[in-house]
Design a protein around this ligand. Structure first.
Ligand code: FPP
Length: 254
């Protein structure tokens, strides 16, 4: 049995096809706090704690790239104090918890319109990326000030500039070239995207990269999303027939 143990859980990967690249939309912090008559900030704090747990579980299951949606280009529309608290929480998280991420061999990277974030957050991002760059077990990719449409807009602008400068012919623009001009072209497209809290939408997350991602939704609110939910998501994913627009392997053979 290919079990990777810690004291409490058995990470049994026998016959379980685990995604190499996984996306998670961490939704439901506000509802989690409301149910407990707590301020929304308490929900975000519980959500941050749970991100550590997800990293541990994904690392032990053998996921190689975990992309989490932390702050979207649309989240600036929230009340100023919530935005401020979130920014402070990001800084605190990556400074305070880095030793734990290090212990798990987790490299931290960021994706999104990073240049438009406050200086303090940008510094944390630069330090976190530098400090963790040689860790090998798994990459945690944090989508911060991220919008899928903005990422595509950015790629289009980069290619348009090359055309303008005479370095590229419009006919040379292909899907492959667009992919190479997304924020992190070396990160594989997610095979699976998980959204806790019951909403059935992508909310501008990884629009380009999710063309053939499997989608899995649970009713659990993000701060409560634990090992059992993740295991269920992986079991269901393992049973999916990914056809990529073609026929299933059985149909192809008959
Ligand atoms: C959506 O839930 C969640 C967010 C906009 C923030 C995600 C942030 C965290 C999980 C905090 C930790 C992150 C890092 C990277 C340290 P919501 O507040 O919209 O929930 P609701 O829909 O129930 O109101």
């Amino acid at each position: 049995m290919a079990a990777i143990g810690d004291k409490k859980k058995t990470y049994d990967t026998t016959g379980l096809k685990v995604p190499v690249s996984l996306g998670v939309i961490m939704d439901g912090n506000g509802r989690w706090a409301k149910k407990r008559l707590l301020p929304r900030s308490a929900g975000h704090r519980a959500g941050a704690e749970n991100l550590k747990e997800l990293c541990r579980n994904c690392g032990r299951y053998g996921v190689k790239y975990l992309t989490v949606y932390a702050f979207s280009t649309e989240n600036w529309a929230r009340p100023e104090d919530e935005v401020h608290q979130l920014m402070e929480l990001f800084v605190e998280f990556f400074e305070r918890y880095d030793p734990e991420l290090e212990q798990e061999g987790i490299r931290v990277r960021f994706t999104g319109d990073i240049a438009a974030l406050p200086e303090k957050v940008r510094n944390t991002i630069a330090e976190g990326e530098e400090r963790s760059k040689n860790r090998q077990k798994m990459q945690l990719i944090v989508a911060m000030n991220y919008g899928g449409r903005r990422e595509i807009e950015n790629a289009a602008r980069r290619l348009a500039k090359k055309v303008k400068d005479g370095e590229l012919e419009p006919e040379q623009i292909t899907e492959q070239l667009l992919s190479e001009n997304m924020y992190l072209p070396d990160v594989p497209d997610p095979e699976l995207i998980i959204r806790p809290s019951g909403e059935m939408r992508l909310s501008n997350f990884l629009l380009w990269e999710s063309a053939y991602s499997e989608f899995w939704v649970s009713q659990t609110l993000w701060p409560d999303f634990g090992y059992d939910d993740l295991t269920q998501a992986f079991r269901d994913y393992a049973g999916r027939d990914r056809r990529f627009g073609g026929l299933s392997s059985k149909e192809g053979k008959s």
